[in-house]
Design a protein around this ligand. Sequence first.
Ligand SMILES: Cc1ncc(COP(=O)(O)O)c(C=O)c1O
Length: 396
Amino acid sequence: MPGFEIFSDEERKQVNDVLETGVLFRYGFDQARNGQWKAKTFEKEFAERIGVKYCHLCSSGTAALTIALAACGIGADDEVIVPPFTFIATVEALLNAGAVPVFSEIDETLCLDPYALENVITPRTRAVLPVHMCGSMAKIESIKAFCDNKGLVLMEDACQSVGASYKGKALGTFGKMGCFSFDPVKTITCGEGGAVITDIENLYRIAEAFSDHGHDHIGDDRGMEGHPIIGANYRISELNAAVGVAQLRKLDSILKKQRAHKQALKEALSCCTKISFREIPDPEGDSATFLSFFLPDEHLARKAAGLLAKEGVDGCFYWYDNNWHYIRQWDHLKNLSFAAKPPIMLSDNCPDYSKVSLPRSDDIMGRNISMLIKLSWREQEIDLRGQKMVRVLNSL
Ligand SMILES: Cc1ncc(COP(=O)(O)O)c(C=O)c1O
């Protein structure tokens, strides 16, 4: 995901503004900073862009998840339903909060299947944490209806889907809190960064205090601030926030280009009868960072991924064999390999993750290939890529 493909004078100017003041800290130093508040500027503009009341910018998407869990009051022994196709960060945030990740099946949206949630709910379930993977969305309305009906907290991991929406409403705004990542390979980047968003003032207040050692940020003397809670340090620096401000202002042009590139490739592949495309509940809201498609079976998908790589069609991920995004390859989770004893090991509710069975997700991921969409492609490159892909996929 491509924010870094388009660094230019805008990013340099924003970073220089900060360097000229010498104030890299996001709070205080009111006089020295000469009116430059990059983190605050990002928060204001992002909240407006997403259509939400509050945004708190923090040090990473993983931090955003950790902060949101704390703000929503999810901690020791609380079960949280998550998809098995995500980045391990979603699971790590839960484990580090002392919560218990419970995996539920995905559907052909590549996200949590709302109709499978009933199978894993228990009296300990506190929340559902859908992940809007690869730029597109879960069936979020149905997931929200399930949560409302069962009295569960809905929190969204939209780290891979900034700028995407469902029926005109931004992903991340359906639950109590939404989380975003602006790491170096996201649609827009701060270098490292993340954000939590919410419409609920109290959650926002807890989030911003938790991410800065519990400081309440009231008054102008940091040493005299109150500390309503114990927190941690998940602060963003002004330098990272400055890069983010420039990138955020390019978000709409990035989305426009991505969507055009994806559409051109989708049209090129329309003659490939062996593939079907990922289900997208609202195609207009797709942020188009990936083109994901299915082969008829695991054997053909693995073969197609190999042939595409051999033909020089880069960026085609076969997640089923890849260590990154699917539970099948997460031996560290299955073996509970931690640096030090985690809270979950003290729980009498500690699942055996090596025995998690998700046949439907295995089938879907076994047949899936996701190709990333680049901003820097030229028309000719897109044509050539399409031709190569058609050749490979029609030869299977
Ligand atoms: C779905 C998902 N959640 C969370 C994260 C964590 O974000 P970060 O790398 O900013 O910590 C990522 C990053 O890749 C992600 O893809």
